[in-house]
Design a protein. Sequence first.
Length: 424
Amino acid sequence: MIIKDIKLAIVGLGYVGLPLALEFSKRRKVIAFDINKKRVRELRSGIDRNKENTKEELKKSNLIKFTDNKNNLKKANFFIITVPTPIDDLKKPDLYPLLKATEIIGKILKKGDVIVYESTVYPGCIEEVCVPKLEKFAKLKFNKDFFCGYSPERINPGDKKHTISKIKKITSGSTPVISDLINDLYGEIIVAGTYKASSIKVAEAAKVIENTQRDLNIALVNELSIIFNKLNIDTKEVLDAAETKWNFLPFKPGLVGGHCIGVDPYYLTYKAMKIGYKPQVILSGRKINDNMGNYVVLEMIKLMKKKKIKIKNSKILIMGLTFKEDCSDIRNSGVKKIIDGLKKHTQNIELYDPWTDKKEIKSIYNIYPKTTLDENNYDGIIISVAHKIFKNMGEKKIVKLCKKTHVIYDLKYLLSKNLSSLRL
C-alpha cells in the first residue's frame, strides 16, 4: 500500500476519534464509524454533546462520512481504532470496547489492510491480545496478510491551544515499511511533527508512562498538602515560593480523575504483576490520589463542626462535576467520591456545573443539578473544578452564596486566601 491509496476509517467517535476524523477530513475522505447510533445522528446534525467541536466544524468538510453501518467499513483498507480503555471495579483493564472494535474490523479485514490502535493499553497488548483476535476473525496471517501499528492518542479535552495537529505524535508499525507508512499518514495532519518509535511495545509503554508520571507528581503534592495542612502552612504559598527555582515542577494538589491519569497507571501495574513484579511507587501514588475525595470530606466536616454548623441539616454546594476544567467529561471524576462521602453526613447536597448534561448527572447521583444559585443559601461550598465560568463569577459573588457562618473549601485556588476557609 502507498499513501495515496489509503482509504481511511476511524472507529470510535469520542473525545479522541472525532477530532482525528475531522482533522484528516481536511485532506482526504474519512469513514467515521461509531456503534452508538444516537451519537452518529447527532454528529450528522452538527451536534457534539461533548462540546469539543462546533456545528460549523462538523459541517465544514464534505469528505467525512459519519456512519453506524458496519458494511461501510468494508470500503476502507486502513483503520484507526480510538475506543475507550477503562478499568473495572477491581482496578483491572477492561478491554471489552477494544476487543469489540477488534472483532468488528477482524470480520471485514482484507489482505493488505492496516489497523492502527490509539487506545491506551499496557505494553504488549496489541500484539499479544488484539492481533490473535484479528487473525481468528479474519483467518489471515499477521505481518503477511495484514499489518498493525500503534500511535497513542494525546488529546487534551477542553484544551483549545494544544489541539490534535499541534501535539507531537508517536507512531509505530509492525514492520519497517508499515511503520514508515503510518508515520507518513499522520505526518499529513500533525504540524508539530511525529516521533517514530522502534516498536509497537515501545510506543505502548511510552503512552502508559506519560500519565503515570503525572499521577505520581500530583500524588506527591497532594501528600505535601496534607502535611502542610497539619503544620498550618498554606500549600499554595509554599508552591509559589518553590517555583522560583528554574527546575521545580509546577504541579498542583487536587482531585485526579478522567479517562487517563486515574486509569493508565493501573494498566502498567496490571502488566507488571502479570510478569511477577509488584510496583511500589506507582500503587502508592494511586492510593494517595484515590483517597483525596475522602480527605476533602473529612476536612470539610471537621471545620463545619468546629464552626458549630449543624451537619445533618446543612446545605452544601458542589461547584464543578467534570474531571477537569472547561470540558463536559465526567468519566471517573474525582468529585464523585466527595459527593458519595458527603451523603453519609447530609442529604442536602446541591450540584452546579453548566458544562454537564443535567440528565446524566441525575442518573449518576440522583440529584438534579442547579441551573441558578441563590444568595445566602449554603452552609458550605466546595469548589472542585476551575471552570472559567466560575472564575468569571468573581470572589464576591461566590461568597455571597453562603450564609453568614459557612465553610468554603477551595480545591482550585479560585479565591484569595482570606476568603477560603480551607485550601488544598
